[in-house]
Design a binder for this molecule. Structure first.
Ligand code: ZN
Length: 147
């Protein structure tokens, strides 16, 4: 039992976005979209998709550009659920910064909400959750969908 299950497609889409942004010397971010299940009273997320929109980014900071919100709301029609977010730390490793913890606690408050951080330069990835200003890595598995 893992805390998060990520589809290989979502992971590949996020990694691709982060890698191309890192070639421009920038961070990047997007949302993790999927489903929530409960096992023995504990909710966990299955990430089906990585969805992104216009980013405002530098080498050490990223946020959605103002126009991203209407883009995202169009992409998220049809009852799909945001189960977390993903962003990159090009060549500085996987952790949550103070800003990242604040983002997690402000916008991703559900127990299943996950923060995926990818370092596309060092080829590292890790999922995190935050609580009361602290964060901790959580277990995850990358799954391939049977078609
Ligand atoms: Zn960060």
């Amino acid at each position: 039992m893992f805390d998060v299950y990520l589809s290989a497609d979502a992971m590949a889409a996020a990694t691709e976005h982060f890698r191309s942004a890192s070639w421009e010397g920038k961070e990047a971010m997007g949302l993790l979209v999927g489903r929530v299940f409960v096992f023995e009273g504990r909710p966990y997320a299955v990430v089906d998709e990585y969805v992104t929109a216009a980013n405002d980014a530098t080498a050490v900071h990223v946020r959605f550009a103002p126009e991203a919100f209407s883009e995202l709301s169009k992409k998220l029609m049809g009852g799909r659920r945001v189960v977390g977010w993903a962003h990159s730390h090009p060549d500085y490793g996987c952790f949550l910064s103070t800003t990242d913890v604040a983002t997690q606690e402000t916008y991703f408050q559900e127990p299943y909400h996950v923060a995926l951080v990818v370092d596309p330069v060092r080829n590292e990835k890790q999922c995190f959750k935050a609580n009361k200003g602290q964060y901790a890595p959580v277990s995850y598995a990358v799954i391939r969908k049977k078609s």
